[in-house]
Design a protein around this ligand. Structure first.
Ligand code: SR1
Ligand code: MG
Length: 429
């Protein structure tokens, strides 16, 4: 199921899509019986795929089709269609483990690399909401449930060794997507690479410093090795605020095409990194509505709550009678065994937190010096103001990556972020 589908694949344009959907009876029934009246709009603003919203008299759907290349760059960068298979597989597993927190799957066609999902309305991409200083009261509870459930129940703490290895094998073919992460997050921002970009000339000096900083190169390489060689759990693999759709009352995690078995801290770090970037970008968006300072306070509280709630839920699952092969129950019998296992759980969470801090830092640096940036910073029009916000984020990220032990708790991360809020970096140019 992971081979090359080129035989039957074709890129669906509006007319082909209409014909295709009209031929799938459940979808036709859902949209309403008059295909010619369906409104079809291509809305994809991500880096890889086509996304259509289709609306009929009775209802709407979202259709995602993988392109055989990276949309952001073009046909010069081919990318396997099989990512649609892994995305479908991941969404199916996540729906079992975290019901209600991913979009409902309605239809999948492997040959066309096409998946049809429920239309999330009036949800918006969370990153857009954060740029507009909108707070999301459900977010902490929902995202921590999603992460605790999907990471714990796909790990050796919950599974037998055989089940776990079957899981690893099922996603092992998604290596082209892993390679994107290995290059764009863990390598390119630290060397001269054609696709890198940053807010020039203001960050030219900082970009050069990063390329010479051997402490940073060691730290990012250790993280890269962990990413490649630690299949701890089924990761979403790209859990930034552009992969989360929200209303004030609902949260849905979308787009797990980068899913594979990797280190848990990569997903948790992605969420924290994107909240921290929203924090550092906030002061650059002076004209956005709302009280910026109060919003920034909410963001840092959210950073703290995301870690604390995730850790609490993860530990609760572990304590509730985990039956995985990782820590055999038979080795921890009696009071003495229970006490040692509890101390070990705390040590495990400290190690997971250190991974999370490192991966969060890597996620921040890639969005400022690598190929794919985010609108948190990009929508700050004045380049000098943008560079100032970015330099603050980079200063925190470098410390988090190189001096990870100086951040033993999440309050140490938010405390350091708060201190950098008004720091004035020396910019180039
Ligand atoms: C070439 S793809 C660039 C980025 O887009 C995705 O959202 C991932 O974050 C990837 O690294
Ligand atoms: Mg995506």
């Amino acid at each position: 199921m992971t081979g090359d589908w080129a035989g039957d694949y074709r890129i669906l344009h509006e007319a082909d899509l209409r014909d295709y959907l009209a031929g799938v009876s459940e979808l036709k029934a859902l949209l309403g019986d008059e295909p010619s009246s369906w409104e079809i709009t291509e809305v994809g603003d991500g880096n890889l795929n086509l996304v259509f919203i289709v609306k009929g008299a009775r209802g709407g759907i979202a259709v995602k089709q993988a392109l055989p290349y990276v949309r952001l760059v073009g046909e010069s960068w081919p990318l396997p269609l099989s990512r649609a298979h892994y995305e479908y597989l991941a969404l199916s597993r996540q729906a079992e483990l975290a019901p209600g927190l991913v979009p409902a799957l309605l239809h999948h066609n492997e040959a066309l690399a096409l998946t049809v999902m429920e239309l999330l309305e009036p949800h918006i991409i969370m990153r857009k909401g954060l740029v507009a200083a909108t707070r999301y009261p459900r977010f902490v509870d929902d995202i921590t449930t999603f992460m605790a459930q999907t990471l714990f129940f796909t790990s050796d703490l919950a599974l037998s060794a055989a089940e776990k290895k079957q899981g690893i094998a099922a996603f092992a073919g998604n290596h082209a997507l892993c390679k994107i992460t290995e290059d764009l997050i863990f390598t390119d921002p630290y060397r001269i690479a054609e696709q890198n970009r940053w807010t020039s000339p203001y960050l030219d000096g900082l970009a050069a410093e990063l390329r010479e900083d051997m402490d940073l190169h060691i730290a990012i390489s250790r993280l890269k090795l962990k990413f490649m060689a630690s299949p701890e759990a089924l990761l979403h693999g790209d859990l930034h605020t552009g992969s989360i759709m929200v209303t004030e009352n609902e949260t849905r995690v979308i787009d797990p095409e980068f899913a594979f078995y990797g280190p848990m801290g990569f997903d948790v770090g992605a969420v924290l990194a994107n909240l921290l970037m929203a924090y550092f970008a906030s002061s650059g968006h002076e004209r956005a509505p709302g009280d910026r300072r109060a919003f920034e306070t909410w963001l840092l509280e959210t950073v703290e709550q995301v870690w604390n709630e995730f850790a609490r839920k993860f530990l609760d699952l572990w304590r509730a009678g985990a039956e995985g092969d990782g820590y055999p129950v038979s080795l921890f019998a009696g009071e003495k065994g229970a006490a040692r296992l509890e101390a070990e759980r705390q040590a495990y969470m400290r190690r997971l937190f250190a991974d999370t801090v490192g991966f969060a830092a890597a996620k921040i640096i890639r969005r400022i010096f690598g190929l794919a940036h985010n609108i948190d910073f990009e929508l700050i029009e004045d380049p000098q103001a943008r560079a100032t916000c970015e330099a603050r984020a980079v200063r925190l990220a470098r410390a988090m990556m190189v001096e990870t032990a100086a951040f033993p708790t999440i309050a140490d991360v938010t405390g350091a972020a708060r201190k950098l809020r008004d720091w004035m970096p020396e910019l180039s140019g």
